[in-house]
Design a protein around this ligand. Sequence first.
Ligand SMILES: *[C@@H]1O[C@H](CO)[C@@H](O)[C@H](O)[C@H]1NC(C)=O
Ligand SMILES: *[C@@H]1O[C@H](CO)[C@@H](O)[C@H](O)[C@H]1NC(C)=O
Length: 296
Amino acid sequence: MAKLLVFIAWIAACASQEAGDTEPDHFYRALAAGPVKKGPVVTTQAACLGSGTSKALVNCCSAKRSCASKGLTGGRLYTCAAANSCKATTFTGETVKAYCAVKDACKSAVFNLGASAKCAAEKSCYFASFIGKGKMACNVAGHCEGATFYNGWDITCTTRRACQNVNIGPGSSAICSVAAACPVEMYIWGSTSLIKCSGNRSCKGTDFTANQGANIACIGKESCKNGSVGCAFVQFSCSKVPTNTVCAGANSCDGVKFYGKHTTATCKKAGVCNGATFVDGACCKGKGCPKGAKKC
Ligand SMILES: *[C@@H]1O[C@H](CO)[C@@H](O)[C@H](O)[C@H]1NC(C)=O
Ligand SMILES: *[C@@H]1O[C@H](CO)[C@@H](O)[C@H](O)[C@H]1NC(C)=O
């Protein structure tokens, strides 16, 4: 019981703290409303579908772990309150949302056709895939860590570590607007994918694995400095469609290591690619290419 009360207090605190968020209001109101009525113990996927109007396929419920007792409020909002409670669950449809409350709550879950989630704790959406149209504000450190977005998701990374180790695929984008918003490692693939490092030092030191025509834009000052861009997989293949990194901000690509045959960079002007290296066939175009860089 004590645990439950702590949880409810935490949810309420969370909801008020994030009142300015872009998530629909009702999403939080449902959570902030206080104790959720104890529902039936749900033991089958079918029961978990709620009224039948939802397209969700939710398999977080089991005889041992009831969705209802963890705050499932109805057909469309699923609270994944415990680690692994929604592990590998598939959520389907734009009206379906999950609230991933703790680390690993939505680990490896699949959010399909616009189903979405509030990743409300560090690594709560670790290895989760978001597929289809949607927008997500990653505005707390680590909350979106390790998640993958493609086929129409646009995410904004507006605080330090907001999008650490995030993966971006075709038709999707990430905007990294503040320092260290997109640090460490990112994987990006597809010619309609984009990671835009708009903030100063927003992707500084980040190692990008870029494949299948991916696009990276280093706009802010020192935005991609001392990182790397290229494709080298042991198990998977790197496509021949060239990827492109545009270096536009002051010192944006200083010291970046570009590598691999299908990696291109555009150093827009002098002073944006100082000390950048191009190895293993990577090439450079634009006025700011460093001496000795292979020309595209
Ligand atoms: C980014 O750096 C530039 C150049 O130093 C500066 O003019 C600008 O105010 C900085 N932007 C932010 C948001 O700090
Ligand atoms: C960053 O890159 C610059 C070249 O622009 C280089 O002189 C410096 O040693 C690098 N720093 C680190 C920490 O690698």
